[in-house]
Design a protein around this ligand. Structure first.
Ligand SMILES: Cc1cc2nc3c(=O)[nH]c(=O)nc-3n(C[C@H](O)[C@H](O)[C@H](O)COP(=O)(O)OP(=O)(O)OC[C@H]3O[C@@H](n4cnc5c(N)ncnc54)[C@H](O)[C@@H]3O)c2cc1C
Length: 395
């Protein structure tokens, strides 16, 4: 056996699994290998919104994410057609926005600093079912491990190898980076939110739902190499894919135009997000999945905090497997579903099937503008605050 644990993918879920393993089962540290197909700092399409739960999980690992370049957002707006509810958290930011090339590179350095090996530029091609361990075939030779963790994201090879026929719930997502102010031709009127820094806060607008796009358009402040920018995008769970829908690009362009931006002036990029459903499979003997390979939050496609949380649970499952010498991972799915992470994912999945299929304009107005206190309480209990309830990483 070359390694006790091979982790496929060095994004937040794979790196978090390694960091939690180092805390939970330090004797395994030198026998962990992370295989990452790209090289840090590598591009990852993502708006980079870090929720409070992500920060809590990192803090508990002794990590201070403020070391990474970031923008703190005080107000988050959840709107329908530009009007709705505004969330602030007293005495702290409501959202921290990082760039994923910088964040993942930082996290990878922390992992390396603990003596865990990461091999970059290695693409995993195939995973062969366990027979005295699992065989991982890559473009640079084979690796043999007692346990393999599939942390290779929404399009990952691990899930495709171990569950070739499993149902896949996938959202469509487009993203665009713009300056804070649109370039306006001389002589036209100023944009709706004045000059200089762009509008204040992070915005989610659910106006596309009545048109069968079961999601929202977002607009976050961000920074690139220290320069203030905005990150725009559109998320569609695909829940209303049987209905007639406008092009995602058209809908995003419509919202950006309302703020004076012409989408054609910017580069548009897309990537799917696989979202959590309780029927998503999670493990086979010798192999377990984490992060987007199982599924991100279905309401928003929020996946960074979720990926960090999966790492905590996978590390515990792996520690128990070595203690008992039982690598069946039979109870891994139950462990995930029963955990605070699993409970928020189930609640969010349930909420997704209410707020998007009830797509009528009157319902969306009711939800985002009239039922504000109820929405805030539901969000506080079922969507946020799960990170605090996760098991402490042991030292
Ligand atoms: C446009 C967009 C915007 C988003 N915005 C947000 C947001 O604001 N906030 C938020 O919380 N979430 C957001 N998400 C979701 C978030 O990006 C993901 O949920 C998160 O990255 C999942 O982490 P992960 O580690 O599971 O997978 P990933 O981050 O995808 O990491 C997987 C890693 O595996 C590597 N890999 C893949 N295949 C192989 C292979 N065969 N061999 C070796 N290595 C491999 C990849 O190079 C990558 O480094 C967004 C997603 C998209 C697409």
């Amino acid at each position: 056996m070359d390694h006790d644990v091979v982790i496929i993918g060095g994004g937040p879920s794979g790196l978090s699994t390694a960091l939690h393993l180092q805390r939970t089962a330090p004797h395994l540290s030198t026998r962990i290998l992370i295989l990452e197909k790209a090289r840090y700092p590598r591009l990852k399409l993502c708006a980079g919104g870090l929720s409070l739960d992500a920060e809590i999980i990192l803090q508990r690992l002794g990590l201070d994410v403020s070391e990474v370049p970031h923008v703190d957002v005080e107000n988050i707006h959840f709107d329908f057609e530009a009007k709705g509810l505004n969330i602030r958290i007293p005495k702290r930011h409501a959202l921290r926005v990082i760039r994923r090339d910088e964040f993942d590179n930082w996290l990878a350095q922390k992992v390396r600093g603990l003596g865990i090996e990461i091999r970059e530029g290695v693409t995993v091609k195939n995973i062969l079912p366990p027979k005295n361990g699992v065989l991982v075939e890559t473009d640079q030779g084979n690796f043999h491990a007692q346990v393999v963790v599939g942390a290779d994201g929404s399009n990952g090879v691990t899930r495709r190898c171990i569950f070739p026929n499993a149902p896949v719930y996938t959202a469509r997502v487009l993203e665009v980076i713009t300056p804070t102010d649109p370039h306006r031709p001389a002589g036209t009127s100023p944009n709706s939110y004045g000059f200089g820094g762009g509008r204040e806060g992070a915005f989610f607008d659910f106006f596309p739902v009545p048109n069968n796009i079961a999601g929202y358009v977002w607009d976050f402040p961000t920074q690139i190499k220290g320069e203030s920018m905005r990150c725009w995008g559109i998320y569609d769970t695909n829940l209303l894919s049987n209905e007639n829908r406008p092009q995602l690009k058209e809908t995003l362009a419509q919202e950006m135009e309302r703020h004076g931006f012409d989408l054609d002036d910017y580069e548009i990029k897309g990537h799917p997000i696989r979202w959590f459903s309780p029927d998503n499979p999670m493990s086979v003997p010798g192999v377990l999945l984490v992060g987007d390979a199982i599924g991100a939050d279905s309401i928003f496609g929020e996946g960074i905090s979720i990926a960090l949380g999966y790492g905590n649970l996978a590390a515990r499952a792996i520690k128990d497997a070595f203690q008992r010498n039982d690598f069946s991972f039979r109870k891994y799915k139950t462990r995930v579903l029963m955990s605070p992470l699993g409970q928020t994912l189930i609640a969010r999945w349930f909420i997704t099937y209410i707020i998007y299929p009830l797509k009528w304009k009157w319902f969306q107005v009711l939800l985002w503008r009239i039922l504000k206190p109820i929405v805030i309480v539901v969000a506080w209990i079922f969507v946020l605050n799960w990170g605090r309830r996760m098991p402490q990483p042991q030292t």
